[in-house]
Design a protein around this ligand. Structure first.
Ligand code: ZN
Length: 655
């Protein structure tokens, strides 16, 4: 059996990276974390710190993300252009009290900053620090002026604000909301590109053209991302210098210790919902950056206008279980204190936090043990294959860079980067989907054809056992016309008459245009489905498309699937490794309560049989509290979980 090794960044891998000798401890990676964010308002400055911390402790959380400064400081700051809450009584230090009370109970505190907006006197004194619309007007929202990521507030003055905070308070980390220039304000009003002098000059130097009209311009987006990375580098350096052992947390991957994500909802977001959001966020960032932690905040509220009304309890629990199953901590965010008007999200999350507290050793140091790598791509194409892999119970890691590690199979949902050629030549297996030609030769392309509503005729049913009951699949989209194969697998049936019924397909033609091609390259093998099968599956869930992808995967896998199971497609199964404990964890997340826009309690499953590659001598279902009988043969281990509620984790050991 040969396996390709990806050439990029070979030093990175999903294997455990021991902390360098003498390096400060990394609580976010090496200790169990249960995080609650109480995102308090300026009027909450008089809250009872002891009571809040007691509620956090009893929840039970061990990490509190709490407001510190930026738009409103919850401590008596003395830095110019930084303002304590108008509701903070004189001499009162809310953040200091919360920190003191929390540390007394061994609860970590991460201070929250928001540097994206501030008050009018700062704008009056330093208008050059602020975001400018194309009209030259500042962006003002509820009286607050938007700062620009390239202005002096973010780039210089912030360091004075943060320096004071870090010198005065023994924080365990700093978190930044809205890091950089957002594309829209809280009401959804587009911001457009910033036309401040700093942005104009920097963009002109970097891209040798004026600022674009649209902030969707790819170069402008790259410019904004690079600007945020530059500021992150200076803030990260400051945090690590002044508070070694404190973490830098925000929504970007570079220079941070903890990559933040959110599972959230919006009433204006187009359907379908993405019920795998927590799995997606945590899997992708943990696998891309295994030396960083990922915290996926479960946002309690429905949308900005309804900050105090929560999403369904089963949705909250599903997100938290998904996070655990991919190596992230449980993290719940709410607006205001823990005295919520709608208690649903807190009540839903609490049992998950209680479970985590009783079994916290299960959730430290987890790394994906998946043998298949999924590369990100265009959203629908990526999500379609993501969901299919989950439904098929094929454990997979998602990584932004195809970095390091030996994989049984790499899947590229839309085109394939040039770096993958080496992987294939060295013996790797690759599935490429989509009409975008891979960056290295796989099969001669005659032409890229525009949107087509045709069909694919199946010729080789032996290759497609999942498609035994059909001769046709549907195509709705563009395709790359490949040169004909000697032995056709799938061929195009071009659009033909479809109405009235008397005329349907009367003019139908058959072609030899391939809908799938295999190529042997070097010692490896590539399958190319030259149309957007992932996007079609995401939108329509056709079993034909699912069967095609699954059968092609099975034909590529050098030694079969890592995991086989009779589990329902809506049970997500992950395989994780804890190297220090020398054990493997199989997580099962039951998403059978999700239907359309609704989340109900999942349906209990019975007798879930698991057959996993690897020699394991014992299995214990932690949720059930039962040892499971394990049988072994041919390098595989089999066990059956008698019952599955919303979540289970089976611990497998080899001794
Ligand atoms: Zn600007």
């Amino acid at each position: 059996m040969t396996k390709g090794t990806l050439p990029l960044a070979l030093t990175l891998s999903l294997a455990a990276a021991p902390a360098a000798a003498g390096a400060p401890p990394r609580w976010w990676l090496d200790e169990p974390v249960r995080l609650v964010q109480t995102n308090v308002r300026e009027v909450d400055s008089t809250l009872d710190a002891r009571r809040l911390v007691e509620q956090v402790a009893e929840f039970p959380a061990n990490t509190l993300l709490f407001n510190m400064g930026g738009i409103v400081a919850q401590y008596p700051t003395r830095v110019a252009f930084h303002y304590p809450s108008a509701h903070l009584p004189p001499g009162h230090d809310l953040f200091g009290e919360v920190l003191h009370e929390a540390h007394a109970r061994k609860i970590r505190v991460v201070g929250r900053f928001d540097l994206s907006k501030t008050q009018k006197p700062v704008f009056d004194a330093h208008p050059e620090w602020f975001f400018r619309r194309s009209t030259g007007e500042p962006a003002v929202y509820n009286g607050l002026y938007s700062a620009c990521i390239n202005g002096g507030y973010y780039r210089e003055h912030a360091l004075r604000i943060l320096g004071e905070a870090l010198e005065r308070y023994d924080v365990d980390g700093l978190f930044f909301n809205m890091f950089g220039n957002p594309s829209a304000d809280y009401s959804g009003r587009p911001m457009g590109p910033c036309h401040c002098d700093a942005c104009k000059a920097r963009f002109e130097v970097l891209y040798r053209r004026p600022l674009p009209e649209s902030d969707r311009d790819p170069e402008y987006r790259a410019f904004l991302a690079e600007s945020a990375r530059e500021v992150a580098a200076t803030i990260g350096e400051l945090i690590h210098r002044l508070r070694p052992g404190a973490a830098f947390l925000t929504y970007i991957a570079e220079h941070t210790d903890v990559i933040m994500h959110e599972s959230n909802t919006s009433v204006t977001r187009p359907l379908p919902q993405w019920p795998y959001s927590a799995s997606d966020n945590v899997n992708r960032s943990r696998s891309s950056q295994p030396d960083k932690m990922v915290i996926n905040l479960c946002m309690s509220f429905v949308d900005y206008p309804w900050r105090f009304v929560t999403v369904p309890p089963a949705e909250v629990r599903l997100r938290l279980h998904q996070s655990l199953a991919h190596g992230g901590p449980p993290a719940l965010a709410m607006l205001g204190t823990m005295d919520q008007e709608d208690r649903s999200a807190l009540l839903a999350a609490r049992p998950v936090f209680q479970w985590h507290a009783r079994h916290e050793d299960l959730y430290v140091g987890q790394r994906s043990a998946a043998r298949v790598l999924l590369l990100p791509g265009e959203r629908d194409s990526y999500r379609g294959i993501f969901r299919l892999l989950s439904e098929q119970h094929i454990p997979f890691a998602v990584s932004d860079a195809p970095a390091g590690g030996a994989w049984d199979l790499v899947i590229a949902p839309r085109g394939a980067p040039a770096e993958l050629e080496r992987f294939v030549r060295d013996g790797g297996r690759l599935l490429v989907a989509g009409a975008v030609e891979p960056a290295f030769p796989v099969r001669p392309v005659v032409a890229r054809r525009p949107h087509t509503q045709g069909s694919w005729r199946i010729h080789d049913h032996a290759l497609f056992p999942s498609l035994a009951n059909t001769n046709l699949l549907f195509l709705d989209g563009e395709y790359a016309e490949l040169s004909p194969l000697e032995k056709p697998l799938l061929t195009l049936v071009p659009p033909a008459m479809f109405g009235p019924p008397e005329k349907v397909w009367v003019d139908k033609l058959e072609t030899d245009i391939p809908g799938l091609a295999f190529a042997d390259i070097g010692r490896g093998r590539v399958a190319w489905i030259p149309w957007d099968v992932g996007g079609l599956y995401y939108r329509h869930s056709s079993p034909g498309h699912a069967g095609l992808i699954a059968d092609v995967i099975d034909s590529l896998l050098p030694s079969g699937r890592q995991l086989r199971t009779n589990a329902h497609p809506l049970v997500e199964v992950t395989v994780m490794r804890q190297f220090e404990q020398d054990r493997t964890l199989v997580h099962l997340v039951n998403a059978s309560g999700h239907a359309d826009t609704a989340y109900f309690e999942p349906i209990e499953m019975r007798d879930v049989a698991i057959d996993l590659a690897g020699d394991f001598t014992r299995a214990r279902a932690m949720r059930l509290g039962e040892a499971l009988a394990v049988t072994r043969s041919g390098g595989r281990s089999r066990f059956t979980l008698p019952r599955l509620g919303a979540y289970e984790v089976v611990v497998l050991g080899a001794r």
